[in-house]
Design a protein around this ligand. Sequence first.
Ligand SMILES: O=C1O[C@H](COP(=O)(O)O)[C@@H](O)[C@H](O)[C@H]1O
Length: 260
Amino acid sequence: MTAPQVVVHRDKELMAKAAAARLITKIVDAQAARGSASVVLTGGRNGNALLAALADAPARDAIDWPRLDIWWGDERFLPEGDPERNVTQAREALLDNVPVNPARVHPMPASDGPEGSDVEAAAASYAAELAAAASPEERGGVPAFDVLMLGVGPDAHVASLFPGHPGVRETDSTVVGIHGAPKPPPTRISLTLPAIRAAREVWLLAAGDDKAGAVAIALSGAGEIQAPAAGAYGRSRTLWLLDRAAAAKLPPQLYPPASA
Ligand SMILES: O=C1O[C@H](COP(=O)(O)O)[C@@H](O)[C@H](O)[C@H]1O
C-alpha cells in the first residue's frame, strides 16, 4: 500500500488542466521507458473535464497515441452509444479527436453487446480481455496499468464500487457486475479493488464542495467498505488531485493552511 499524496489546485478548471499536463508527461515517460503505455479512464465530471483539458493541450501531440492502451475503471451498463455511457463521453471529450489505435481502446461491454443484458457475463468478458493483456509476471490477471484514474463520488464511491455494496467486497474477480447502484443507472460494471490496486499509479480526482466530506473521510482512516476511495491505491503511487473546495475538510496535516 502506498501512502496517499495530496495535491490541491485553486479550482476545478485548473485541476483539470494540471492533471491533463501530468497525464501527458506520465504517458510520454512510460512510452519512452517501455515502448507503450496504458491508462484506465474514469467517468464522471472530473474525469471528463480532464479529458477535455487534454484534448485542448498542445502538448497532447507528444503522446504516441497508437501506442497507448486505454481501459475503463467502470461503465454504466447501457446500449452502445448511449450518451450516459462513460466511453461515449470519453470519445466525445477526447478519443474521437486523437489518433488512437482502435484495437487498443478497450471499452467495457454495452448492454446490447455480445453478452446481451447479462451483466455478469459482460463483467466476465472484460475480465478475460484484461487477463489476455496481462503478462505472466503481472499480478492477478490485470495489466500493471501506468495510471488508473478514479473520480471520487460525494459518497466516497470510486469506479462503480459503492459504500456497503457487494461489489466493494469482491476479491475473487477483477471485474464485477453491479446491481442496484444508488447512482443511476443501477446496473453497472466495475473493476474491483484488487484490480485497481494492480496499477502502478492510482490518481483520485475530486473537485467541488460536494466532495469535501467524502475526501476527508477517505483520507482520515475510514475503511474501504464504508468509503471505497480509501481502498484505492497504487503499487508505486497514490495521488489525490483536488481543488480547494474538495480539500476544505481535510485535517491540517494533509492540507496545511496557507501561511499569511
Ligand atoms: O457514475 C460515476 O460517478 C463517479 C464520480 O462522478 P462525479 O461526476 O461525481 O465526479 C465516476 O467516478 C464513475 O466513473 C462514474 O461511472
